[in-house]
Design a binder for this molecule. Structure first.
Ligand code: SF4
Length: 300
């Protein structure tokens, strides 16, 4: 039996659903029941009726699904698929930062551990950070963790100053303004889209600053034919699939998140076969983190 058929058969037997992030390898995106960005996946995780969710992404994403579905079995096919950005701030470091800024609201990017979410007032994603920050009074002090680039972008949009934690995504931090200039010279008619996790000079040189879900919606509705894609290259699989008549060129062809590529079809099959690797978030962290995710879903 072909591996894809075996996965489908086991999925039915286990009453499972497969969720995949936009940065997963193409064959995982193709076999998934739903592919999306962090916000789309978090929303989807609240609507699932299947008993088992196999999460093809990085660890914090599976944790988010576990926090939102405490009665379901959440599996991640690879234990080592972590997010370096999420690990750039610990609970103790956030406690210390909060003590330095009493009364401040803490917004945490969803790319964070359950403990950090539990210590925050509200989660945000790259697609809703600006709207959520804007929903707090303009004189409210805001601490933004862990991504300094998304935090700075959000503050710029609102003409406010945030207390920023110096975290970053190693994949997006590699983008350079010279790559934008090179793309403009080679493809003068292309639209340059970059993710807000990119450094400021890159954001300033781009035409559009969008989450990965935002890039998909923009490409679908745009009458342009060529797009330069300034995010992890896994998204190009979905963009091409949804827009077969358009051309998508990576801003940098080595913009690859190694952790997102750790999940393969074989590991997905083993995961369903052996019901591994379960992801569970203990109380009281789970309930406190749920509050900050639910606040995000209500405000976005
Ligand atoms: Fe983390 Fe960056 Fe990889 Fe996303 S692309 S999982 S933020 S390291």
């Amino acid at each position: 039996m072909q591996i894809a058929e075996e996965i489908s058969k086991l999925k039915r037997e286990r009453n499972a659903i497969i969720l995949a992030h936009n940065f997963q390898v193409g064959e995982i995106q193709d076999i998934a029941d739903f592919t999306g960005d962090s916000l789309e996946l978090a929303r989807k995780a609240t609507e699932i009726t299947s008993e088992v969710i196999v999460f093809c992404g990085v660890h914090f994403m599976a944790e988010t699904a576990a926090i939102l579905n405490p009665d379901k079995t959440i599996l991640i096919p690879e234990a080592d698929a972590g997010c370096p950005m999420a690990d750039m701030i610990t609970g103790d470091q956030l406690r210390e930062l909060k003590a330095q800024h009493p009364g401040a609201i803490v917004l945490c990017y969803v790319n964070s551990t359950a403990e950090v979410k539990a210590l925050s007032d509200c989660c945000v994603t790259s697609s809703n950070a600006v709207a959520i920050a804007a929903s707090y009074p303009s004189d409210q002090k805001i601490i933004f963790v862990p991504d300094r680039h998304l935090g700075a972008y959000t503050a710029e949009q609102l003409k406010r100053e945030f207390v920023l934690w110096p975290g970053f995504c190693p994949t997006h931090a590699r983008f350079m303004v010279e790559q934008i200039q090179g793309a403009r010279n080679r493809y003068p008619d292309a639209v340059i889209m970059v993710h807000p996790e990119s450094p400021k000079p890159v954001r300033d040189g781009a035409d559009q600053i969008l989450s990965t879900g935002g890039m998909c919606r923009f490409a679908l509705s745009s009458d342009k034919k060529v797009f330069i894609v300034g995010t992890e290259i896994g998204i190009i699989h979905r963009l091409k699939k949804e827009n077969p008549d358009k051309t998508f060129i990576p801003l940098h062809d080595r913009a690859i998140c190694p952790n997102m590529k750790k999940i393969t079809l074989e590991k997905l099959l083993w995961s369903l076969k052996d019901m591994r690797i379960p992801v569970k978030v203990d109380e009281p962290i789970a309930s406190q983190a749920r509050k900050s995710i639910e606040t995000m879903l209500e405000r976005s």
